[in-house]
Design a protein around this ligand. Structure first.
Ligand SMILES: Cc1cc2nc3c(=O)[nH]c(=O)nc-3n(C[C@H](O)[C@H](O)[C@H](O)COP(=O)(O)OP(=O)(O)OC[C@H]3O[C@@H](n4cnc5c(N)ncnc54)[C@H](O)[C@@H]3O)c2cc1C
Ligand SMILES: *[C@@H]1O[C@H](CO)[C@@H](O)[C@H](O)[C@H]1NC(C)=O
Ligand SMILES: *[C@@H]1O[C@H](CO)[C@@H](O)[C@H](O)[C@H]1NC(C)=O
Ligand SMILES: *[C@@H]1O[C@H](CO)[C@@H](O)[C@H](O)[C@H]1NC(C)=O
Length: 497
């Protein structure tokens, strides 16, 4: 198997953006050193299963590290809880002392302050167990793991779960926001495949949340860290056989019309939910390209369904029939972009028409050029996610996200990356402008998406929570007041109900 480093360092998945409104700013600002007393108190209260780290310990550095450099902060200390009981003790101390804190799973959030803090950084690293139960067809996944770990553990078991699409992404934030997967057309979002959550509540008590607990079940399915900290996700598994898939990269935008025609045709003609294509328009350092990722959940795709895409001149790496793990491993990873500053944003749409796709190609050109003027290492990326229109029909239990399951929303991801911290505000403004332009193009094209719910895992900081949860917001607020009357989880960053 050839491992290919994408030509253009793959600005291929996702985006987010915003205005720098850190959750910590809701509280009177204190310097990191003020939080050292809380660190000491925690250190003196936890069992030997857990540990507190300070700079320059390598554990402290790893605990604060994020995929996007712009998402990292220097915390007063980091804490690695080793069991749910210690995590409960830690949450009680943080609440009593009103200390800002953060919870980090895989650290892939692109919004500053969502899983980082100047206070106490909780890193879930030690929750690292995976247990496959063949009898119940469920998989228990520790909240500190990456999808890479999950797929490695499931390889050869004949089972799989609805999880992340590319290497490096954490299970925790991905699941807590919803989870768009290679399997979503077939099985729904990851939150539609949950068996249960092991949760440490804001008051420090430990609870297993199942559908019987209607409120928390509703809140945890899309509600991020508003209701406590999850230590373990139990997912329902499905049988997994051999798969087919891979990717192509074509420099330039000369073939954009052909790619767009193929996307429109794919949506109109391919009804096989095992088939997925993820086209991305990228510009890296002012050089545009088209990247196409393919997946078929079977040894070989039915004849013809990807032919229009594969006919376009390209660098092409396709594997299959092969294992799901092998397919996942050959995809361009998120690593080429690790170490840059990055924001995500998104435009939910009902379908990709050629008018809308033309507008996206124009945005790729326009902002690729503009950002290169600001920062020669800048990159822009627009992901087109043509899932099956029945993607929300796989659950009939209400969930925080999406607030409306009656129609499909395809969560088009915009992603800008750059290197210079002096450009943060400019990039956030640019990303918001481009987001508005893509949304305006969809609306001009006749799509009723002016108020379509945004996907939290791709939403730019500063996005009002109404835009994520719509009519669900009041119920989420009621649940939060009951579960967290002291507002402990409000001390952690993120989209707060
Ligand atoms: C390269 C790349 C590819 C991606 N691909 C996809 C994709 O295919 N589909 C998709 O849906 N999304 C995708 N995303 C978005 C991804 O879902 C988010 O970045 C998500 O936040 C990642 O989870 P994490 O654990 O790594 O994040 P973190 O930054 O660790 O956490 C994100 C949020 O979750 C909270 N959180 C983390 N752990 C816990 C916990 N145990 N309990 C309570 N709250 C917690 C944090 O406080 C924070 O608010 C991608 C992102 C990147 C950068
Ligand atoms: C943390 O607690 C451990 C065990 O109680 C103790 O040995 C250690 O000195 C403490 N560290 C700090 C920096 O207080
Ligand atoms: C799988 O689940 C069943 C039913 O709950 C249980 O009896 C069994 O012990 C579990 N097996 C493992 C390996 O955890
Ligand atoms: C291309 O995008 C830019 C920025 O959104 C916009 O100003 C311009 O009018 C667009 N051009 C076309 C032809 O749509």
């Amino acid at each position: 198997m050839v491992r290919v480093i994408p030509l253009l360092s793959a600005a291929f998945l996702f985006i987010a953006s915003g205005e720098a409104v850190l959750a910590d700013s809701q509280h009177p600002f204190r310097d990191s050193s003020d939080f050292l007393d809380t660190c000491k108190l925690i250190n003196n209260s936890i069992s030997t299963a857990s540990a507190v780290y300070y700079p320059p310990s390598p554990s402290y550095t790893a605990d604060n590290k994020h995929w996007a450099v712009s998402s990292s902060a220097l915390s007063a200390c980091s804490v690695e809880p080793g069991n749910p009981e210690d995590l409960g003790v830690i949450l009680r101390i943080l609440g009593d002392t009103r200390t800002p804190f953060a919870v980090k799973g895989g650290g892939h959030a692109t919004n500053p302050g969502f899983s980082s803090t100047p206070g106490v950084q909780i890193a879930m690293r030690l929750f690292d167990k995976i247990t496959v139960n063949q009898t119940t067809s469920t998989v228990e996944i520790g909240a500190g793991l990456l999808w890479d770990d999950v797929y490695r553990a499931l390889d050869g078991t004949g089972l799989n779960v609805v999880g992340g699409r590319v290497s490096g992404v954490g299970v925790a934030g991905f699941i807590l926001g919803g989870g768009y997967s290679w399997k979503t057309s077939q099985f729904g979002l990851t939150i539609d495949t949950m068996d249960s959550y092991h949760l440490v509540l804001p008051d420090g008590t430990v609870q297993i949340v199942t559908p019987a607990n209607e409120d928390l079940w509703f809140g945890l399915r899309g509600g991020f860290n508003n209701f406590g900290i999850v230590t373990k996700f139990v997912l329902k598994a499905h049988p997994q056989g051999d798969v087919w898939g891979g990717f192509t990269i074509t420099p330039g935008l000369h073939y954009a019309d052909k790619v767009n025609a193929a996307i429109v045709k794919f949506q109109q003609e391919v009804t096989d939910k095992k088939a997925m294509v993820l086209p991305t328009y990228n510009t890296v350092s002012d050089k545009p390209s088209v990247e196409l990722l393919f997946f078929y959940d079977g040894p070989e795709p039915p004849a013809g369904i990807f032919d229009d895409f594969l006919a376009i001149p390209e660098l092409q790496i396709i594997v299959g029939p092969t294992s799901f793990l092998e397919f996942f491993s050959i995809l361009p990873s998120s690593d080429p972009f690790a170490g840059k500053r990055a924001y995500f944003s998104n435009v939910p749409v009902l379908e990709y028409t050629s008018t809308l796709l033309d507008a996206i190609v124009n945005e790729t050109r326009f902002w690729g050029d503009k950002l290169a003027e600001l920062d020669s290492h800048a990159a822009v990326s627009y992901d087109i996610e043509p899932f099956d229109s029945g993607l929300f029909s796989h659950s009939n239990t209400p969930s925080a996200y999406p607030p409306d399951r009656s129609r499909a929303l395809l969560p088009t991801n915009l992603y800008f990356a750059w290197t210079s911290p002096t450009r943060d505000a400019d990039v956030a403004v640019a990303l918001q402008q481009s987001t508005n332009a893509v949304r305006a193009a969809a609306i001009a094209d006749g799509q009723d998406v002016a108020n379509a719910a945004l996907y939290g895992n791709y939403a730019l900081f500063g996005t009002p929570v109404e835009s994520l949860y719509g009519a669900n917001l009041q119920r989420l607020r009621d649940i939060r007041s009951r579960v967290d009357p002291k507002g402990v989880m409000g001390l952690a960053g993120g989209f707060k109900v």
